[in-house]
Design a protein around this ligand. Structure first.
Ligand code: R5P
Length: 309
C-alpha cells in the first residue's frame, strides 16, 4: 500500500485519557493529533487500533504522547503501539513522556534488587528513536542518554515556567528545595527572577519516612515556596513545611513539575500548613497551573532538527 498524496508527513499519536494535553501539543507543534483506540478484553489484555489513513498506513514520522505516571499498563501500551506503528509505515518515532517513570531506582540498594532505570530506559530506547521528557529524576547518572540510550534524548524543565508563576503569585518569595537533588531546579528558577534560594538536606528511611534539616538561612517572616521535581506521598514536602513554619516562615506554598500525589496526601499537605499547591500539566492533576505544551513542542522540534527531518 502507498500513502495517500494528502497524508500528513507527521502526526501526534495519543490515547483518549490524554486527549486534552494532546490537543494542546498538537496546536503548539502543528502536528495533527490522532487517537489510538484501546479495547480491554475481559482477561485484562489490551487491543490497540492505530489511526491509519485510507491506505492503512501512518505518516512516516510519528510522535507518541504518553506521560508515564501509574506506568505499568502504559509500558505495555507503548510496546504494542510502537511495534505496531513500525509495521504501519512509521520510520521515525518519538516518545514525548512529560513524566518519565522508573528513573528513581538507579542502583541496587539491597542485594537482588532489580535496577529499574537500567531496564526500563533501554526498553524505551529499543522502541523509540527519540525521547523527550521534563525534569527526569536523574540522581546518579549525568545525562538522560545514559539512562535511556535512544538516538536522541531531549530534557526540558518545568522550573522556568514554575518560576514565572511563583513570582506572579508571591513576589519576592524565598525558594527552598527540600533536598539536595532539588538544588538544580531551585537554582535555575531563582536565577531567572533574582530570588533568594536555599536547599534542605534530607535523609530517607522508607517510602513514607524522611528526616529533613533546614538550611542555615533566616526564614522569619518570609513567604517560602518549596520547589521540587515531584510530590509523591507528600511526606518530603509536609516535613519541610512543618519545619519552615516552626522556624517563623510567614507562609509556605509548593510548586512541583510532577504532581503524582493523590487527594488524601494533598489534604495532608494542606493540614501540615501548605497554602497553595501548584504543578505543571506534565501529570494531569487538579493542581495544574502551568501548561507545558510550548516547551514540549520545542522539544519535538529539536528532535526533528537533529534528526534532519
Ligand atoms: C526525591 O528526591 C524527589 O525529588 C522527591 O523529593 C521525592 O520523590 C518526593 O517523594 P515523597 O513525596 O513521597 O516524599
Amino acid at each position: 500500500m502507498v500513502p495517500s498524496p494528502t497524508a500528513p508527513a507527521a502526526c501526534l499519536l495519543h490515547f483518549d485519557d490524554e486527549r486534552a494535553a494532546a490537543q494542546r501539543l498538537a496546536q503548539a507543534s502543528g502536528l495533527p493529533a490522532l487517537e489510538i483506540a484501546r479495547h480491554r478484553f475481559p482477561d485484562g489484555e489490551l487491543k490497540l487500533t492505530l489511526p491509519v489513513d485510507a491506505s492503512g498506513l501512518l505518516p512516516e514520522r510519528a510522535v507518541l504522547l504518553r506521560s508515564l505516571h501509574q506506568p505499568n499498563d502504559k509500558l505495555i501500551e507503548l510496546l504494542l503501539a510502537a511495534r505496531a506503528a513500525r509495521g504501519l509505515g512509521v520510520q521515525h518515532l518519538t516518545l514525548v513522556a512529560p513524566y518519565l517513570a522508573y528513573m528513581r531506582q538507579d542502583i541496587a540498594f539491597h542485594p537482588g534488587e532489580a535496577v529499574s532505570q537500567r531496564i526500563v530506559g533501554p526498553f524505551l530506547a529499543s522502541l523509540f528513536d527519540a525521547v523527550v521528557t521534563v525534569d527526569p529524576h536523574l540522581h546518579r547518572v549525568a545525562t538522560l542518554h545514559e539512562a535511556v540510550p535512544a538516538a536522541h534524548t531531549v530534557v526540558l524543565s518545568g522550573a522556568p515556567l514554575l518560576a514565572d508563576w511563583i513570582v506572579q503569585q508571591r513576589p519576592g518569595a524565598l525558594l527552598v528545595g527540600p533536598d539536595g537533588e532539588s538544588a538544580q531546579w531551585v537554582a535555575q528558577a531563582a536565577a531567572r527572577h533574582g530570588l533568594d534560594h536555599a536547599v534542605c538536606t534530607k535523609e530517607r528511611h522508607g517510602d513514607r519516612s524522611v528526616t529533613i534539616q533546614l538550611p542555615p538561612v533566616n526564614v522569619q517572616g518570609r513567604a517560602v515556596v518549596l520547589l521540587d521535581d515531584m510530590a509523591s506521598t507528600g511526606h518530603t514536602l509536609a516535613q519541610a513545611t512543618r519545619l519552615l513554619l516552626a522556624a517563623g516562615a510567614a507562609s509556605v506554598d509548593v510548586a512541583v513539575t510532577h504532581a503524582l500525589i493523590d487527594v488524601d496526601a494533598l489534604a495532608a499537605l494542606h493540614a501540615a500548613g501548605v497554602e497553595q499547591f501548584w504543578s505543571t500539566d506534565c501529570v494531569a492533576h487538579p493542581t495544574n497551573t502551568v501548561l507545558m505544551e510550548t516547551e514540549l513542542a520545542r522539544g519535538v522540534q529539536q528532535v526533528f532538527s537533529v534528526s534532519g527531518l
